[in-house]
Design a protein around this ligand. Structure first.
Ligand SMILES: [Zn+2]
Length: 246
């Protein structure tokens, strides 16, 4: 490449980069993926944020194994790191409201170890409650699980659904008892943690819930290599703490 041709090539490239940065669009092109490793320096406190109103009732549950390897002839015995145990709730039995927008609870599922980390530390398990708004926008509540006193979560994971078999039915389950009592949230904008990793997901992380050590051991026994995605770069994102009382 001659010098003149090189200049003709490089100058527009540099200019484009400068204009993007000046226009503020370069930042928005950074990926906003989940999960993330949360450092104290990335956290902001903002009690003025709209309250997340949680309205969970009672539902029959179907605990199902979510397969990602249906084309694999040995798939029934092979664990894929994007597979999980998922509890499907009955439509209309649970929802959350944020700033006047209602999001319906569709299902909740589990990862081991936890996908979100705090200063590099993972919990043994993490629960994700997936809600969808009328416009299709997703809102996920994440709850880390650690070993301790038994809780209603133990009942959900008492019998795990087989990868290729019937779902496990649980009748008339009180969904609200699955969440921790402290409803303070740590919020950020992220993505799905499994393919297609779609962005625009509103994440609400809550404080830890406890489960018995045997429940943790049973779930880890199913996913020996784990079923969690590695933390993704924050790329300048901030997480906002909104206390329960706001
Ligand atoms: Zn998940």
């Amino acid at each position: 490449m001659t010098r003149r041709r090189l200049t003709a090539f490089v100058v527009p490239l540099v200019l484009t980069g400068f204009l993007l940065a000046a226009g503020g669009t370069a930042q928005s092109r950074q990926p906003t993926q989940s999960p993330v490793d949360i450092s104290p320096g990335a956290i902001r406190f903002d009690p003025a944020q709209p309250r997340l109103e949680i309205s969970y009732g009672h539902s029959d549950l179907d605990l199902e194994y979510i397969r990602k390897d249906t084309s694999d002839t040995n798939g029934c015995g092979t664990r894929n790191h994007e597979e999980t145990e998922e509890a499907v709730v009955r439509p209309g039995t649970g929802h959350v409201t944020l700033a006047g927008v209602r999001y319906e609870l569709e299902q909740f599922h589990f990862h081991t170890p936890s996908e979100h980390r705090f200063q590099g530390r993972a919990d043994p398990l993490e629960m994700h409650f997936v809600h969808r708004g009328a416009a299709g926008k997703l809102l996920v509540i994440g709850v880390p699980l650690r070993a301790g006193a038994g809780s209603p979560v133990d009942h959900v994971l008492a019998t795990l659904a087989p990868e290729c078999g019937e779902p496990v039915a649980l009748a008339d389950f009180d969904l609200d008892t699955l969440l921790p009592r402290n409803r303070s949230t740590l919020r950020y904008q992220g993505s799905l943690t499994t393919a297609p990793f779609s962005e625009g997901v509103q994440w609400f992380l809550m404080s830890e819930q406890t489960v018995s050590p045997s429940t943790i051991a049973r779930f880890r026994g199913l996913f020996g290599d784990g079923n969690a995605r590695e933390p993704q770069p924050l790329n300048g994102r901030k997480l906002t703490v909104v206390p329960q009382s706001s």
